[in-house]
Design a protein around this ligand. Sequence first.
Ligand SMILES: [Zn+2]
Length: 233
Amino acid sequence: MKSFSWVFWSVAVFFTITVISLSQNSFQEEIYVIKKVPTSQKVVALTIDDGPHEQATPELLATLREKQVKVTLFILGKNAEKNPGILAQAAADGHELANHAYSHRFLNKISQAERLEEIEKTEKLIMAVAPKPTLLRPPGGGYNDGIVAEARKLGYSTILWSLDTRDWQGISADQLVNNVMANVKPGSIILMHDGQYPIATTKGIGLVIDRLRAEGYSIVTVSQLLKYYEPKL
Ligand SMILES: [Zn+2]
């Protein structure tokens, strides 16, 4: 009877500790692939992939400075290597620099060693001007459970998106605004690009910001958005 009660209490204490520690985990610690953040707050993240580009990115940064908005830039290593000054400017402006690998090869189509090289090369370039990135967006959204686990070991959450603006398909600035406003929800992670030129995003992002604000939305970085997570939603 005595040993039974010892076992009982050990199990009870173990479960209590587990439940408490699980409930204290943040969204990022519980969920490693994030497409949007469940929240009732009108808050969204603008994410911009594939730069820095010598024309698109400076135009984009100028608008963001004027509107006083911070975004998350998913940096493509090979473009960061070509445009280190623009990368440094993005960091100096206070934007969040995140990892989009080096060459835009799909991570699910290459070997583990190649993936590691892709991620670490871009990480080094970012760390020349900013803190170690903690967010990874696999090029083309190509990922699997193994890649998510590998990223996790390197200190990354895998970030996808819930709203594709389709700016990469040659749309106009007006279409960009419409695509965002027709689909935006609290907690949306909005996908845009600055790796090519011309592109609707450089012309339309100011209008997107104005319209989102007019609808009562705040715009934050992805890392900030994760803090709005409400577990019951
Ligand atoms: Zn990309």
